[in-house]
Design a protein around this ligand. Structure first.
Ligand SMILES: O=P(O)(O)O[C@H]1[C@H](O)[C@@H](O)[C@H](O)[C@H](O)[C@@H]1O
Ligand SMILES: [Mg+2]
Length: 315
């Protein structure tokens, strides 16, 4: 049977490549930088230009499709994932890298129908690596199949993570307390490419055993989530169950602070230690919107294991 979404996927690959060319050209010129949620949450005209270009081109070809794009949402559009075919776009994942010419910059395009990611495309444009995954058909980098690491001992692992773009002291404290515990497992090392999408592709490639980050958005992970799972990885929450990080708040497993004062970071860190008896990791904490009462904010935590297992271990 013909693949219903193959032409959309082909289009995504072509437009991601074109977007990558635009980004590479823009790197040769001055990059005008403005900020969004904080003084370190950067955006450039190239982010906006590339997102417009992608959306315009998809609209011409697939007029009924919908969009969730990082820069459109920043400009005030809603970020609602319905059952309709939806393109989830991060035009430049790794904007800070782009601004500083740090060489990991990706175009990330996920495509969801009925709240399920059908394909994911991550083009790491400075490395010229095109990562692709079609649901049920595997994950690839430049056409070569990907397979997550088969390392099962967390003490032999490299973990990828990022520091995010919040400098709120409480968030920074959570990041460091989590990082300290992970380092002291001990693991071989901790790395970060500066982009969630590339970090997830590194999990899919087996270059790192796992990736986690506190505070990411659906456009950071929609494409990467399928690339990870199609390469044999798993997205899990702290209960060890499959998570769908592209669906905001669908699997709330903890609150920022519960009655006993523990927070999801320390809960998750405890889980890592337990999980480390098998294999690990990725968990996601949706960003905490400024002004939201965090005592009432429901968070989602996901964990990616390198190996897909039918029955996840009891944690
Ligand atoms: O804003 P862009 O699209 O560059 O995305 C984010 C990265 O993907 C994160 O891993 C990273 O930690 C940052 O939060 C960064 O904002
Ligand atoms: Mg991003």
């Amino acid at each position: 049977m013909a693949d219903l979404w193959q032409s959309a996927m082909d289009h995504a690959v072509a437009i991601a490549r074109k977007a990558g060319e635009t980004i590479r050209e823009a790197l040769l010129n001055d990059r005008k930088v403005t900020t969004k949620s904080s003084s370190v949450d950067l955006v450039t005209q190239t982010d906006q230009k590339v997102e417009k270009m992608i959306i315009q081109s998809v609209k011409e070809r697939f007029p009924a499709h919908r969009f969730i794009g990082e820069e459109s949402v920043a400009a005030g559009e809603a970020s609602n994932l319905t059952t309709a075919p939806t393109w989830i776009i991060d035009p430049i994942d790794g904007t800070t890298n782009f601004v500083h010419a740090f060489p990991f910059v990706a175009v990330s395009i996920g495509f969801a129908v009925n709240s399920q990611v059908e394909f994911g495309v991550v083009y790491s444009c400075l490395e010229d690596k095109m990562y692709t995954a079609r649901r049920g058909k595997g994950a690839f980098c430049n056409g070569e199949p990907l397979q997550v690491s088969d390392q099962t001992d967390v003490k032999q692992s490299i973990i990828a993570t990022e520091f995010g773009s919040s400098r709120d002291p409480e968030v920074v404290e959570n990041i460091f307390s989590s990082l300290r515990k992970i380092l002291c497992i001990p693991v071989h090392g901790v790395r970060g490419a500066g982009t969630a999408a590339v970090n997830m592709c590194l999990v899919a490639s087996g270059s790192v055993e796992a990736y986690y980050e506190i505070g990411i958005h659906v456009w950071d992970v929609a494409a990467g989530s399928l690339i990870v799972t199609e390469a044999g990885g798993v997205l899990m929450d702290v209960e060890g169950k499959n998570a769908k990080p592209w669906l905001p708040n669908t699997r709330p497993v903890g609150r920022n602070r519960d009655a006993t004062g523990s927070n999801p970071v320390s809960q998750a860190t405890k889980q890592i230690v337990k999980i480390s008896k098998t294999t690990l990791i990725v968990f996601f904490f949706p960003r905490i919107a400024k002004g939201v009462d965090t005592t009432e904010t429901v968070h989602e935590i996901s964990v990616t294991l390198p190996r897909k297992t039918e029955n996840h271990p009891e944690f």
